[in-house]
Design a protein around this ligand. Structure first.
Ligand code: PLP
Length: 380
């Protein structure tokens, strides 16, 4: 039995440094507190450099970026958008905000991203029925990009625009391309538990100036340049504040170090569990480097039935947070009526997977304690 830690070990707590503190204070002292200001512009430039995109719009959350990204792609009431079923609910909620409905597609084993073959099938059938989706959202889950080399040509064949949800993948790469650099537009999140944080925030990236302008416009209440408040469409209050952008800039400067540490943590888990049959730690996909945002471990249902929940409870007793992987959207009560195209993969990953504490502030000793509890629990 592991001893209970006095302080809780969280799944992915934010890491704030002295430079982060200085950056926020200096923005505060500059008088540029809100709404916009030089740090927002500088953050956007840094994001363009990071993702090698022509345009970046800093927003209040990843969810708002998904929402405005979909609107800019022309998604609206009555439309249908394909979404991988294994994701955080925000990917699907954003579709509903526009008045469109999500249709869920299963994922593949290597990256846990949308299954390209199944996607191709769905598009082929939808095309012959004359009901192609208005867009597809791809998701780079737990820091691994999905199989864009196969997915993007398929979507291009049917002329379906791709909104890449890279909320979890800031700092990951896909071949030579950074996460957030692919698709018609892409989305990053700077939520408190993500790779870098502005406490809450996000961004939309694109190379298409019309998409960028549409997003920027709607994010600032669709105001037109006039002395009075003039609006030409329904707008939103979605722009990131200057104070938070200052934090984002300073966090982004630390991104390489934060990614390196998360990858070390993941690798330490992998070697600590390597000899256990039926236990595998999620690594890099064949086509890129994961940012190792969350280390996921998978327990074969045949060799270790019920292991994820037993391990979670054992960690909880030691005051350590862990969490099942995202519960698939087609299993969510709110989406019980949604169209779904399934092969059982997401269901299996959900039943067999667990996210382990992965914060960049974890020590090697913390990792070893978690490894010890996992080993002890599955050998019981
Ligand atoms: C976190 C997350 C979002 C939403 O980002 P917020 O900044 O929390 O709104 C969207 N999609 C995925 C896959 C996420 O993990």
């Amino acid at each position: 039995m592991a001893v209970r830690r006095p302080s809780r070990l969280y799944l992915s707590p934010p890491s704030a440094s002295a430079s982060d503190r200085a950056a926020v204070l200096s923005a505060l002292d500059s008088g540029w507190i809100a709404p916009l200001g030089p740090d927002v512009e500088a953050l956007e430039s840094a994001l363009m450099a990071l993702t090698r995109r022509r345009h970046a719009v800093a927003l209040v959350s990843g969810t708002s970026a998904l929402h405005l990204g979909l609107l800019a792609l022309g998604v609206g009431p009555g439309a249908n958008v394909l979404v991988p079923t294994l994701t955080f609910a925000a990917s699907a909620f954003a579709v509903a905000y526009t008045g469109a409905s999500p249709a869920f597609v299963d994922v593949e084993e290597r990256s846990w991203g949308v299954d390209p073959e199944l996607l191709h099938d769905v598009l082929r059938r939808r095309a012959s029925a004359g009901r192609l989706p208005a867009a597809i959202i791809t998701v780079d889950l737990f820091g691994r990009t999905c199989d864009y080399d196969t997915i993007l040509p398929i979507c291009a064949e049917y002329d379906v625009p791709v909104l890449a949800d890279a909320a979890e993948a800031v700092g990951a790469t896909h071949g030579a391309t950074p996460a957030g650099g692919l698709g018609h537009a892409s989305v990053l999140s700077f939520n408190g538990n993500k790779m870098v944080t502005t406490s809450g925030g996000g961004a939309l990236l694109t190379d298409d100036s019309r998409i960028a302008e549409a997003v920027r416009h709607r994010a600032t209440q669709s105001r037109l340049p006039a002395p009075w408040y003039e609006h030409d469409e329904i707008g939103f209050n979605y722009r990131l504040s200057n104070l938070l952008a200052a934090l984002g800039r300073s966090q982004l400067a630390r991104l390489p170090e934060l990614v390196a540490r998360r990858r070390q943590i993941r690798d330490r888990y992998a070697s600590g569990l390597a000899d256990l049959p039926g236990v595998s730690v999620g690594g890099d996909p064949p086509w890129g480097r994961s940012n190792a945002w969350l280390t996921t471990v998978r327990f074969s249902g045949d060799l270790h039935p019920g292991a994820p929940e037993r391990v979670r409870l054992a960690l909880e007793e030691a005051n350590i947070e862990s969490r099942p992987v995202w519960k698939p959207m087609h299993q969510q009560p709110v989406f019980a009526q949604a169209e779904s195209h399934l092969r059982g993969v997401a269901d299996r990953i959900f039943a067999e997977g667990l996210c382990l504490p992965s914060g960049s502030g974890m020590s090697d000793e913390d990792v070893d304690v978690v490894v010890g509890i996992v080993r002890e629990t599955i050998s019981e």
